[in-house]
Design a protein. Sequence first.
Lengths: 109, 117
Amino acid sequence: AQRVTQPEKLLSVFKGAPVELKCNYSYSGSPELFWYVQYSRQRLQLLLRHISRESIKGFTADLNKGETSFHLKKPFAQEEDSAMYYCALAFTGANNLFFGTGTRLTVIP
Amino acid sequence: DAMVIQNPRYQVTQFGKPVTLSCSQTLNHNVMYWYQQKSSQAPKLLFHYYDKDFNNEADTPDNFQSRRPNTSFCFLDIRSPGLGDAAMYLCATSREGSSWSSYNEQFFGPGTRLTVL
């Protein structure tokens, strides 16, 4: 069965420091992986997806099939990055997303 | 702005008293979803509509029902809410997705927080 694990519920970093939010998944096929973000008082929204291989707001994530990971990284954290981050998985044949439990990132000024 | 709207944002109901949450969208998306998110847990899909086709998740309790009278609106009905149904309920939409195409981004509403007394 598919499963998404985000081992850190809370993560605090100082402004300007690198940040990495961890995500591991289990799925026997070829999944699509995403990061969704929820800023304070805002709705959940897509941050990036592994297929597009793009950098959004300075964040990148590489799908590592060997380690079944999709960690989210940013070299220099900004205060506006403080938010709840969810890793999510989808697979061909299903419209729905399977979410991890989320990591709350706090960037300390 | 095209968006996903959920009403009300906060809903209080009594144990066992039926309650309906509503979702509307101006995106003209084919697919609409309802997720349940309990405190400190991942959003969990309850069901989704692909146009008028209803797709229930296997572990969604019978207590939860849904209606989609037209493209724009979708309702979540909880027939007899229990204390364990207190949660944030998220509605989301996406363009037509299929098993033959890449997954389409889901657009979420702000959620309705349900309290059961």
